[in-house]
Ligand binder design. Structure first.
Ligand SMILES: NC(=O)C1=CN([C@@H]2O[C@H](COP(=O)(O)OP(=O)(O)OC[C@H]3O[C@@H](n4cnc5c(N)ncnc54)[C@H](O)[C@@H]3O)[C@@H](O)[C@H]2O)C=CC1
Ligand SMILES: CC(=O)C(=O)O
Length: 327
């Protein structure tokens, strides 16, 4: 029991491209005692654990990796859900909804009873919609259920702006907000380089044309990478590992994350402070009129998807029972 209390564990559900990349990132930058991988593909699971284990021998690695069950995962400090289908080239994230919602529901059935202290981090797509249903299926408090949301899009935005402005990405403070998907938008009015507002830092560059080009580049990044290599993994591996660190180390770090927005009736990304108990609080952001409209349109679109999914769920006995359990 004493040993259990001293251990910190991160369970990763799904050990495909994203799950394995996240596990590798966590082994290279240790933040917990143990990483537990769970996947119904037994041969793949065993091979990933062996291959990842090989990366730890001979170094000063402090994190152990092992295969586990969904039940064990349900007792981890953090459960990261990467389990699910991914987009084929040209497919949208939303097209994955029906398949991934079924997987999500089966995961919660298998993990039950989930520890009341577990923090759930959703990665699988469509991440905002799955985060919304994970809240309902897990029965955990809202603050403990979050999605990576537009963290990855914001990292991509920082990268391209840093190139254009010829400064380090760490000096760019700019967010993509809303859906991790096509209705996302850049909060240009709040963006800065260091403490200098973007319009002062890039006075001749920040035209409407430039903003459209950057926003399209950011929105289209996943599609372009998937068209060429079939998946994206390194970016999200790094983003998800950082979020796990902010949680376990009680970083109180501000990040654009997907979580339930009661006034909008859906999960989407807004800046939040994250720490040991998950979402500690929302960080208010002053959007301009146009951005506020984009946020509301984005929420409207997500609510419509949720409504459609709820209808589909009602027709599916197993899923509707799973949802009712925590209604
Ligand atoms: N939110 C984000 O920014 C990003 C999200 N993604 C999403 O992450 C998900 C995973 O992507 P990949 O790893 O490339 O796919 P993948 O196909 O390589 O791996 C998915 C794994 O999930 C496993 N799985 C299926 N049902 C399971 C269950 N009940 N329990 C545990 N594991 C289960 C599969 O067996 C498979 O090994 C996709 O939905 C993808 O769209 C990917 C990149 C970025
Ligand atoms: C696949 C995905 O959601 C991304 O790379 O943004």
């Amino acid at each position: 029991m004493a040993e259990k209390r001293l251990k910190t564990s991160i369970a990763i559900l799904g050990c495909g491209e994203v799950g394995a990349t996240l596990a590798y990132t966590l082994l290279q930058n240790p933040i917990c005692s143990e990483v537990i991988l769970v996947d119904p593909k037994k041969e793949l699971l065993e091979a990933q654990v062996r291959d990842l284990g090989d990366a730890t021998y001979g170094s000063r690695a402090t994190t152990k990796i092992r295969a586990g069950t969904h039940k064990e995962a349900g007792q981890a400090d953090i459960v990261v859900v990467t389990a699910g289908a991914k987009q084929k080239p040209g497919e949208s994230r939303l097209s994955l909804l029906s398949r991934n919602l079924h997987i999500l529901s089966s995961i919660f059935t298998s993990m039950s009873p989930i520890s009341p202290h577990t923090i759930l981090l959703l990665v699988a797509n469509p991440v905002d919609i799955l985060t919304y249903f994970a809240r309902k299926l897990s029965g955990l408090p809202e603050s403990q259920v979050l999605g990576t949301g537009t963290s990855l899009d914001s990292a991509r935005l920082r990268g391209i702006l840093a190139q254009k402005a010829e400064v380090s990405p760490s000096n760019i403070d700019a967010y993509v907000l809303g859906e991790h998907g096509d209705s996302q938008f850049v909060a240009w009015s709040t963006a800065s380089i260091g403490s200098t507002p973007l319009h002062l830092a890039l006075p001749n560059t920040l035209t409407e044309e430039f903003k459209t080009e950057i926003a399209n580049h950011t929105r289209g990044a996943a599609g372009a990478i998937i068209a060429a290599k079939g998946c994206t993994a390194y970016g999200i591996g790094n983003v998800a590992a950082s979020i796990c660190k902010y949680i376990l180390f009680d970083g109180r770090t501000v990040r654009p994350l997907s979580f339930y927005q009661s006034e909008l009736g859906c999960c989407l990304s807004m800046p939040a402070v994250i720490g040991r108990t998950g979402i500690l609080r929302t960080m208010p952001i002053q959007l301009d009129q146009e951005e506020q409209k984009l946020l509301e349109d984005c929420a409207k679109g997500l609510r419509a998807v949720i409504k459609g999914a709820e209808k589909e769920l009602k027709a599916d006995d197993e899923l509707s029972q799973a949802l009712e359990k925590h209604a």
